[in-house]
Write a protein that binds this ligand. Structure first.
Ligand code: A2H
Length: 253
């Protein structure tokens, strides 16, 4: 919690009907998991969304037709940023746990995978962003290790009721070429650092730092509308497009 405001892009990950029983009251509305990211240029490589299983979430009315699933804290911030049906007051239609969200099928902007699923990650912080994270295992060591854990540990899937078909078909999607770590930089650094699971916090933080620098300043987009362009230049263009298409909104905290 610093004093410098962090500006995120909230990616509107559309929940595909039919909704599960707890969410049946939302039928007829456009419902989105709102994922906070600092890397909108990586959205091509999304393979899933992450929630904290024991986290508390809600479905909040943003306007007459749109509902965002996120934490109460994020809904309150959004309400002060003019994104709430009731001005300056979150309007919660239904309270949901992270566990309730696991398995929801989503359609997310720019993702090459047409349908992706909502899965558990134990390092999601409910105090940061929206408590919803979109997963890009090509470029995020956290995302890579959490997906690796789910893929390689059937007992971990079983514990959270995760079906094989929500996880096993999803492979890394190369999207950015990193000068030193190639086009699956997160996997590469996790192997080099011998990171064994999503719980190795210090090693993962170190891995993130190492690939971020080169990736951002010298990385090149290898897919999408801006293929061939440096990440540094493409980032703002991709973000503007997402905002213009109403597939994302600005969020600061
Ligand atoms: B980033 P900062 Cl490809 N709990 O998006 C844990 N992590 C969260 C979160 C939460 N509540 N909310 C957002 N995040 C993640 C993409 C990405 C991200 C890539 C590479 C690095 C990266 C895809 N996941 O972040 O602490 C989100 O993951 C590296 C820092 O506010 C968000 O951007 O700086 C980032 O952490 C925000 O972290």
């Amino acid at each position: 919690e610093g004093v410098i405001p962090q500006e995120y892009t909230l990616i509107k990950m559309e929940v595909l009907p039919p909704f599960p029983p707890k969410m049946s009251g939302l039928e007829g509305k456009k419902v989105y998991l709102a994922a906070a990211t600092l890397r909108p240029e990586t959205m091509y490589g999304q393979t899933n969304a992450w929630v904290l299983p024991e986290g508390k979430y809600g479905a909040f009315e943003i306007n007459d037709t749109e509902v965002f699933v996120l934490t109460y804290k994020a809904a309150l911030n959004l309400a002060y940023q003019k994104l709430s049906l009731i001005p300056e007051k979150p309007s919660c239609l239904v309270e949901l746990s992270g566990q309730d969200l696991i398995g929801l099928p989503l359609r997310s902007p720019l993702a090459f995978n047409e349908i992706i699923y909502t899965l558990p990650m134990l390092s999601v912080l409910t105090e940061k962003g929206t408590g919803i994270v979109t997963s890009v295992p090509s470029d995020s060591p956290d995302d890579y290790m959490a997906l690796h854990d789910l893929k390689s540990k059937p007992a971990f899937r079983a514990k959270f009721g995760v079906k094989d078909e929500w996880v096993l078909p999803f492979e890394i999607v190369p999207i950015i070429n990193h000068p030193d770590f190639g086009d699956r930089s997160a996997e590469r650094i996790c192997i080099e650092k011998k990171i064994k699971s999503q719980n190795e916090r210090d090693k993962l933080d170190e891995a993130k730092k190492i690939i971020y620098k080169g990736g951002f300043y010298e990385g090149t987009m290898i897919v999408g509308e801006f293929a061939g362009m440096k990440v540094q230049e493409a980032k703002g263009l991709i973000r503007s497009n997402l905002l213009e298409m109403n597939q994302a909104v600005v969020y600061s905290e």
